[in-house]
Design a protein around this ligand. Structure first.
Ligand SMILES: *[C@@H]1O[C@H](CO)[C@@H](O)[C@H](O)[C@H]1NC(C)=O
Ligand SMILES: *[C@@H]1O[C@H](CO)[C@@H](O)[C@H](O)[C@H]1NC(C)=O
Ligand SMILES: *[C@@H]1O[C@H](CO)[C@@H](O)[C@H](O)[C@H]1NC(C)=O
Ligand SMILES: *[C@@H]1O[C@H](CO)[C@@H](O)[C@H](O)[C@H]1NC(C)=O
Ligand SMILES: *[C@@H]1O[C@H](CO)[C@@H](O)[C@H](O)[C@H]1NC(C)=O
Ligand SMILES: *[C@@H]1O[C@H](CO)[C@@H](O)[C@H](O)[C@H]1NC(C)=O
Ligand SMILES: *[C@@H]1O[C@H](CO)[C@@H](O)[C@H](O)[C@H]1NC(C)=O
Ligand SMILES: *[C@@H]1O[C@H](CO)[C@@H](O)[C@H](O)[C@H]1NC(C)=O
Ligand SMILES: *[C@@H]1O[C@H](CO)[C@@H](O)[C@H](O)[C@H]1NC(C)=O
Length: 888
């Protein structure tokens, strides 16, 4: 019945649209006419104010399309910017990070180069490949569009020459959308289609306040077109604000008793589609008339008993995407209805889960400074580290999952650099290798280079550097932690010798160049200093501890007992080295750093060394530690002490012998334990108690921000304790420019509401806890590792609808559980993961409910032998709205 559509050509449609009615607010619009010679102009049909791209890009050339085509197109399509040079050319556009943007890139080839060769090239959004743009027809415009929440203060839109013709672009348009519309759990929404059903004309701004473009569907013999006049004001209540003119037309099945079907076949079955259907009643219904219908998605109920309201817009959508060989929505009238279903408009989006985080903002800022200070002429555009295939020449970066890449190598050798060594380099905190050799750098070797904690290779050979080499660098090189090369700099000297040299210089007026590279010096000095060194080191170790304590003590008075104790728990970095046996055994790695096994007087401890990037100020670290020292609860891992020496910041925790919860649930590693239902509930109660204490027992309350099964640790008795609490508070997440939001949670556990408010609350922890609870119940991965990437809550909800508890609970339990107890746990978990903050229970309620669930199970194990498995129906299920599409 339904028309099946297969889109090989996505959005091959013209943006030549209807005429202007009246001016409307364009705040939140960025409209760039690429290649345009005019600075600013107002496009006459839409009234959109375009600006030229001069402020957004420095490369490429302006070209004009074939003149015979100009008539058919709006002005922004007349000029293009073409990129005959360089592989990657990028637009950099300032935006408000965390806001939701509709981003559209338009392309009209128009044979601007006279070659009549249709190009194909790649389009990047920040560090990710967004799409391959294939130009299908020289005289048609086409566009790529995405709804995206940028994580940085600017968006970089890059065109990449992939060897199939010269990239070009006609226009870039950004529109700010309302934050709480088009929300997904993760990823961005690429426009697949947006149809104004029943209409014969396309519309965009200023019919649509957000400048979404609505297109006609084309002929479908199964449908009848309907229309009505709708006032603009009557729809303004809707969050999605579908344009009145779009809502004034609708379609209905020709055969009144047949369903209205919309379906399509994705090219790729793993793609997740998000659908937004817009409805309004187009007829004035008589008293005896009812229009009511159900919407089925791939044969399953999706939304029930919808009666569109007259002159009001209702949008039906689901916060969860769908995938499959064929996606089919079927609108079927209910038994109460005597009118066929209608639909006014539909939007279909495809999820784009950009995997590569943008490079750490701090590093981006530094490398941008370096690029401009030294006028680097290399093809340095777009995100420095991503995509990996387009890594900036001369850089190397770290690529850890879910973390912003950091720059580890900067190689600017033989780049004609002039002037001094720029201080900004010292802010590349993760730099391991710096090569500035064979340039014309002058001035001194700055001391700030010694601030680079991770620097292993420093090559300054063949420059015009002068003065003395900072002693800290020389020491590091003697120690063997730094390979330092400074040869062939005419005026450099090693620090101790400088005075001598300068005297000599005065006396003889001759400069003695230090010819040897310091690797040579090293060999020499290592021998000389070997004995002295050992002695010196012992001394400095002692003095460091002293210094550290004296730094802290002024803040606290001696009377404060807890703080006296606090002082005792300070460990110097050399203590930490001893405790961990030089970081010999790694227990794990997290977003904040690496955890090592250690021993204090034979008692095992876990030492978490924070990566320098995750700790900012000394003061704040100290304040957090002070707080953590005061938090004591049997379900929280306790802090034994800490280390705070320069950027070496570490936390020492009690050691949890049985690792983390996930290891056991997944049963992946060798010595894991299989938990009974009772044991699972005990662990859940323990973890809930820990969370409850953080929220209610601590003043101010602590938001964990990273509750997940790997942060629930088990001691030798398999008692569960929450770990990593409070530490996450050390990490700034809001309003701080140098920390990417990615750090603030783990995909799959991260509250989707976070995307809306950009603010983590206690209820965000409740969401994450709900996900953990689902893991405990099901032993399933949080995001299915099959092609569909289904989230655990989505998977569970589909089974709840079928009432199939057996399929939900870990099958390895083989029915050894009280069914009511399991239902109760499922109910708690689904409430916790509700998209609506207010529907999520508070932690104290979670504790009570979980204890009840445990009591039910205990009753079963007590009466073992009597059959209690058949009582499925006695618990009423509160189906969570999460799993039911929402109407607005
Ligand atoms: C567009 O620009 C014109 C002049 O350049 C200005 O008068 C008008 O107010 C602008 N319109 C909007 C909606 O910003
Ligand atoms: C062009 O428009 C921008 C943004 O509306 C404005 O800041 C700028 O002053 C305008 N330039 C000219 C020359 O009108
Ligand atoms: C973008 O923001 C940066 C930093 O705030 C500023 O230096 C730059 O001039 C802005 N660019 C444009 C085109 O407004
Ligand atoms: C949307 O999010 C941005 C960034 O967090 C915020 O500045 C803005 O106020 C939000 N807008 C609304 C309408 O909530
Ligand atoms: C390109 O589009 C135009 C306008 O729709 C059409 O007339 C022409 O046949 C198309 N060219 C090709 C090669 O498909
Ligand atoms: C709406 O319906 C009326 C009457 O059937 C018709 O005259 C008019 O052209 C229609 N308008 C649209 C936009 O289809
Ligand atoms: C109308 O649809 C109903 C239900 O699908 C079907 O039974 C009937 O044959 C259809 N009538 C016509 C004329 O196609
Ligand atoms: C509804 O009532 C009208 C008279 O008010 C009548 O003409 C019509 O047939 C009725 N329709 C139905 C479906 O009962
Ligand atoms: C970048 O670093 C990685 C890991 O350290 C290494 O494998 C790779 O070879 C490096 N790439 C370049 C271009 O140096």
């Amino acid at each position: 019945m339904g028309m099946s559509m297969s889109f090989h050509v996505v959005l091959l449609v013209s943006l030549v649209l209807a005429v202007l009615i009246q001016a409307q607010d364009q705040s939140g619009f960025i409209s760039i006419d690429c290649g345009a010679p005019d600075v600013n102009y107002t496009e006459s049909t839409t009234g959109i104010n375009y600006t030229s791209d001069a402020n957004f890009i420095n490369t490429g050339v302006s070209r004009i399309i074939a003149s015979e085509l100009k008539n058919g197109y709006q002005k922004q399509a007349w000029y293009v910017r073409s990129f005959p040079e360089g592989v990657r050319n990028c637009y950099k556009i300032n935006i408000t990070r965390g806001s939701t943007y509709l981003i559209r890139a338009s392309f009209l080839y128009g044979n601007y180069d006279g070659l009549n060769m249709l190009p194909q090239f790649d389009l990047l959004l920040g560090a990710n490949r967004w799409a391959t743009v294939t130009i299908y027809n020289a005289s048609l415009d086409q566009f790529n569009e995405i709804i995206h929440v940028p994580s940085l203060d600017s968006v970089q839109l890059c065109l990449v020459n992939t060897g199939h013709g010269t990239p070009f672009i006609s226009a870039v348009e950004l529109r700010t959308l309302k934050n709480d519309t088009y929300v997904t759990r993760f990823g961005s929404l690429e426009t697949y289609n947006r149809w104004d059903l029943g209409s014969n004309q396309a519309y965009r701004y200023n019919y649509d306040v957000y400048d979404r473009a609505w297109f006609t569907y084309g002929n479908n013999n199964d449908w009848t077109q309907l229309n009505v006049s709708i006032s603009v004001d009557s729809l303004s209540q809707s969050d999605f604000k579908p344009p009145a003119i779009v809502m004034s037309t609708a379609v209905t099945p020709v055969n009144a008793s047949a369903p209205l079907v919309i379906s399509w076949e994705p090219q790729d079955q793993t793609e997740l589609y998000y659908v937004y259907m817009h409805f309004t009643e187009v007829e004035v219904l008589e008293k005896n008339q009812t229009r009511e219908f159900n919407i089925n998605q791939n044969g399953k109920p999706w939304y029930q008993n919808l009666s569109p309201r007259y002159q009001k817009a209702d949008t039906i959508y689901s916060g969860i995407g769908t995938s499959g060989e064929k996606i089919k929505y079927s609108l079927e009238m209910t038994e109460n209805s005597n009118l066929p279903p209608i639909i006014n408009a539909i939007e279909i989006y495809r999820l784009k889960d950009f995997q590569q985080s943008d490079t750490y903002q701090g590093d981006v800022d530094v490398i941008t400074t370096i690029k401009s200070v030294y006028k680097v002429t290399r093809d340095w555009q777009g995100d420095p580290c991503g995509p990996v295939a387009y890594l900036w020449h001369g850089l190397n970066c770290t690529y850890a999952a879910n973390q912003s890449p950091r720059i580890t190598t900067l190689n600017l050798s033989s780049s004609g650099l002039l002037g001094k060594i720029d201080p900004s380099i010292s802010k590349l905190a993760m730099l391991e290798k710096l090569d500035l050799s064979n340039n014309s750098l002058n001035g001194e070797v700055p001391d700030f280079l010694s601030q680079l904690q991770h620097l292993k290779i420093l090559n300054l050979e063949k420059n015009n550097l002068s003065g003395s080499i900072p002693s800290t660098l020389v020491e590091k090189s003697k120690e063997g932690s730094l390979s330092l090369s400074v040869g062939q700099n005419s005026f450099l000297c090693e620090s101790d010798q400088c005075n001598e040299k300068q005297k000599e210089k005065k006396k003889n007026n001759i400069v003695t160049p230090l010819v040897a590279s310091v690797s040579g010096v090293v060999i020499l000095l290592v021998v000389m200093a070997a004995i002295l060194w050992t002695l010196k080191r012992r001394k400095s170790k002692a003095s460091m501890v002293e210094k550290d304590q004296s730094q802290i003590s002024p803040q606290y008075t001696e009377q404060d007992d807890s703080l006296l104790q606090f002082k005792k728990q300070i460990y110097s970095f050399s203590d930490v080295l001893k405790i961990t046996n030089n970081f010999n055994t790694t227990l794990g790695k997290g977003g904040f750093g690496t955890v090592y096994l250690g021993h204090i007087n034979d008692t095992p401890v876990a030492v978490k060394m924070l990566s320098p990037s995750s700790v900012h100020g000394y003061q704040q670290f100290q304040a957090e530690v002070k707080l953590l020292m005061r938090v004591h609860h049997k379900n929280l891992t306790s802090l034994v002490g800490y280390c705070n020496e320069g950027t070496s910041k570490g936390l020492i925790y009690e050691y949890m012998a049985n690792g983390n919860l996930l290891e056991h649930l997944s049963g992946k590693h060798g010595k894991t334990k299989f938990f009974t239902w009772e044991e699972r509930l005990r662990i859940a109660v323990d973890a809930a108690l820990g969370l409850e204490y953080l929220q209610n027992g601590c003043k101010p309350p602590i938001i964990h921000r990273d509750v997940k099964s790997t942060n629930i640790l088990l001691n030798e008795l398999f008692q569960a304790k929450l770990s990593d609490f409070g530490l996450s508070k050390v990490i700034p997440t809001e309003g701080v420019t140098h920390v990417s939001t990615v750090v603030a949670g783990t995909p799959g556990y991260l509250d989707p509401e976070y995307f809306i408010t950009n603010r983590l609350t206690e209820k965000s922890d409740v969401y994450s806890f709900g996900v953990v609870l689902l893991e405990i119940i099901t032993s399933q991965p949080v995001i299915a590792r099959n092609q569909e990437n289904i989230h655990i809550s989505e998977w569970v909800s589909s089974l709840i609808m079928k009432g199939d508890i057996k399929a939900i609970v870990d099958s390895r339990l083989e029915g050894a559980y009280d069914t009511n107890s399991v239902w109760k746990a499922v109910e708690i978990a689904t409430a916790c993961v509700s998209p609506n903050l207010n529907k999520r229970p508070i932690t104290s309620v979670i504790v009570v409910e979980l204890k009840e669930s445990l009591a039910m199970e205990l009753a079963r194990t007590k009466n073992r032998g009597t059959n209690t498995r058949d009582s499925v129906t006695s618990v009423t299920m509160n189906l969570n709205t999460e799993f039911i599409p929402q109407a607005r």
